[in-house]
Design a protein around this ligand. Structure first.
Ligand code: BJW
Ligand code: ZN
Length: 295
């Protein structure tokens, strides 16, 4: 049975809701110019982005993986939060019982002013660097760009009509010596690596427990699923957990396939999160202008 699509009906539900959970993915940042992982987001050089997001890939070629992440950091630092990030941040300020779980590592939700008590970075942050040898060292919110001089080819600004040489698979990968990559200042032996969660690595256990506790605390009115293919676990499992607490599920995504599994009582809003979210929350946050400011 097809889900509901009426913005007005959903606005009423948001107005009257108490506990709201959101799960966000790369599509939330698409309007800020950041590529997604799967589908249209495409390859990085000739690599699947997810194939570079593993400890094995880093072990095998730390210079290549660092170039990929140094480029992602550069893009994220240059990007601006969009109206979708601002709408969620405003909703978080207005609703006491709102929790936003983001899989995004780009720092755009924090930069939109999303209160950190109502935001959990499930997959870490591109701006944190930690020791690959797991001595416990972590350097949080490091804004250096490039992250070190050897990674400068990944942080070049290039005219929009030209391809950055690093992104052209026909141009050889710039030579970056492992000894020139950032090293751990604590143990002195380990390489630093991006503070993100790669495949096969556990998410922060305390954070997961806290999220589960929040979910168990009571009935959930709405589960928002925004800009995610919901293909990666444990993140994708939160929709079912919220359903078990009574939630109506609302998916915001341009891909019609992302509505699979929705029920008649649920909602599907097909399109760009940066356009749709300000409309959905308008009754609570007010009207938002093109820059993401509430009028
Ligand atoms: C728009 C839009 C617009 C476009 N507006 N929308 C259960 C079953 C099966 C497997 C597993 C399982 N549990 C665990 C696993 C294994 C694995 C896993 O899930 N594998 C799957 C592939 C099946 N999970 C793990 O390994 C996790 N770890 C773990 O479980 O540890 C257990 C453990 C315990 C104890 C010891 C050891 C281990 C870790 C997962 C980490 C994922 N990491 C990445 C990389 C992060 C770093 C980086 O950024 O590089 O996270 S992978 C990548 O996928 C990234 C993303 O956060 C994540 C999700 O992607 P997302 O956000 O959904 O993006 P896309 O591109 O897939 O989708 C974008 C969507 O946006 C699309 O739908 C578009 O249509 C839409 N869109 N424009 C709105 N304008
Ligand atoms: Zn170390």
């Amino acid at each position: 049975m097809a889900p509901r699509t009426s913005i007005d009906e959903f606005k009423e539900l948001v107005n009257s809701s108490n506990r709201v959970l959101a799960l966000c993915g790369a599509g939330l940042s698409a309007a800020s110019g950041l590529p997604t992982f799967r589908g249209a987001g495409g390859l990085w050089r000739n690599h699947e982005p997810t194939a570079l997001a593993t400890p094995d890939a880093f072990e095998e070629d730390p210079s290549l993986v660092w170039l990929f992440y140094a480029w992602r950091r550069h893009m994220a630092l240059k990007a601006k939060p969009n109206r979708g990030h601002y709408a969620l941040a405003e909703l978080a300020k207005k609703k006491d019982n709102f929790m936003c779980l983001t899989q995004n590592v780009d720092g755009l939700s924090p930069r939109a002013g999303h209160p950190d008590t109502k935001l959990r970075l499930l997959h870490g942050s591109l701006l944190d660097n930690k020791c690959f040898d797991e001595c416990g060292f972590i350097d949080r919110n490091n804004l250096s760009d490039p992250v070190c001089p050897a990674l400068a080819p990944a942080a070049e600004d290039y005219p929009p009509d030209k391809t950055l040489p690093l992104l052209d698979p026909n141009v050889p990968v710039p030579p970056v010596k492992v000894e020139d990559l950032p090293h751990c200042p604590n143990c002195k032996t380990g390489l630093l690596r991006p503070g993100v969660v790669w495949f096969g690595e556990p998410l922060d256990e305390a954070m997961l427990e806290e999220v589960d506790q929040w979910i168990q605390e009571g009935h959930i009115d709405i589960m928002l699923v925004i800009g995610t293919a919901a293909a990666v676990y444990p993140a994708a499992g939160y929709t079912l957990k919220a359903r078990k607490k009574g939630a109506v599920v609302a998916v915001v995504n341009p891909d019609p396939n992302s509505a699979a599994g929705l029920l008649k009582k649920d909602f599907f809003f097909q399109g760009d999160a940066s356009e749709i979210l300000p409309q959905l929350f308008e009754g609570v946050i007010g009207k938002m202008d093109d820059q993401g400011k509430i009028q």
